[in-house]
Design a protein around this ligand. Structure first.
Ligand code: ACO
Length: 325
């Protein structure tokens, strides 16, 4: 099997900043409650960008950083739960706009674990030799499926996109191990309905209301702490590494307190966990890609550093990837 490296990253978030004080004008909440319960201070909320717009911008930046001609890309996988359309996929929209004429393209839904699922899926195509280069995107315009009157969810989320270009390589570095898991029996912890059954055979056509996220916050919290802790241990074991070998862990950016509890469970210093959730909130499928790009942009990631990307999300789903950078 060949090795697979990330050779370029990119990200995009709308300019429009929504502070905790701005949310306090919509629902009964306050900056202190949101900061102390989640660590979030502000988030970006789209005023015009769609998921495909943000995905395209992040993808373009990743392709430029990878110094790759779009024609060299064989595969585009986009992780999202908020596509512009049921069809075409966001991946196809990006493929068209990038003029990546040789790429197969499809979307994948693993909620907030989507970026890890998409990276793992793409890396299999490269490891087996079927493809040479792949573009992976995580994007969500999550603001369009938020109930802006539900204070238990509307304070948590933000919009954005993250992307990475993967290449097969003869180097003995890159993705060393990955693990994915799911537990559909817990689907009711976190869900968002789609279009209801509606056809001439259905007696009473349901009145169509805009779908929005519903969440059992404390159940998700407990699941996240347990699942992320276990997933980190699993990927360390698969890679035959220990916590002390890891420079950074890039977790799904949902809640500071979740990450704090995971750090304690794993007996790892919190400083190893890269976080930017105070500025973006939970950007769902995009969060790990945005955080990874920020770490790359700040120059804090060096060749040879070992990192773990770890996600959890609706499904419920979980997953982690260990990378020698
Ligand atoms: N502002 C003020 N008060 C609030 C707010 C708010 N925004 N939201 C809830 N409250 C109130 C509740 O009504 C409750 O009041 P009560 O005691 O009078 O009943 C009180 O605050 C405590 O509510 P809890 O739900 O117990 O608060 P908790 O400490 O559990 O924090 C939170 C809630 C932040 C949602 C937490 O449970 C959490 O982070 N869960 C994980 C959520 C998550 O990560 N979701 C994303 C998953 S990823 C994906 O796939 C999309």
């Amino acid at each position: 099997m060949r090795h697979v490296r990330i050779i370029g990253t990119g990200s995009y978030a709308p300019d429009n900043i929504m502070s905790n004080d701005d949310i306090a004008k919509l629902v009964e909440t306050n900056d202190e409650w949101i900061k102390s319960r989640t660590g979030i201070k502000e988030r970006r909320i789209s005023t015009k960008e769609t998921s495909s717009d943000m995905a395209y911008e992040a993808a373009l930046r990743a392709v430029q950083a990878a110094e790759t001609d779009p024609n060299e890309i064989d595969l585009i996988i986009c992780a999202t739960i908020t596509p512009d359309y049921c069809m075409p996929s966001v991946a196809c929209q990006v493929q068209g706009r990038l003029k990546a004429e040789n790429a197969a393209a499809f979307d994948l839904n693993a909620a907030c674990t989507g970026f890890v699922y998409a990276l793992t899926t793409a890396s299999q195509f490269l490891q087996t030799g079927m493809y040479q280069k792949a573009l992976v995107i995580g994007v969500d315009t999550i603001s369009k499926i938020i109930d802006w009157q539900d204070r238990s969810t509307c304070v948590l989320f933000g919009d954005g996109a993250g992307a990475a270009v993967l290449s097969a390589t003869s180097d003995r570095r890159g993705i060393i191990a990955s693990t994915l898991n799911s537990d559909g029996s817990k689907h009711a912890f976190l869900y968002c309905e789609a279009v209801p059954l509606s056809n001439p055979y259905v007696e009473s056509l349901e009145e169509r209301t805009a779908p929005s996220i519903r969440m059992l916050g404390q159940e998700v919290f407990k699941f996240a702490v347990r699942n992320v802790t276990d997933t980190i241990q699993t990927v360390l074991e698969k890679a035959n590494r220990e916590g002390k070998d890891i420079k950074y862990i890039i977790p799904h950016q949902a809640n500071y307190r979740i990450i704090e509890a995971v750090a304690k469970n794993c007996k790892l210093p919190i400083e190893k966990f890269f976080m930017n959730l105070e500025r973006y909130g939970n950007t769902s499928s995009a969060s790990i890609g945005i955080a990874l790009d920020e770490l790359v942009q700040t120059g804090e990631l060096h060749r040879g550093d070992t990192i773990i990307l770890v996600g959890f999300g609706g499904g419920m789903t979980g997953g982690a990837i260990l990378i020698d950078w």
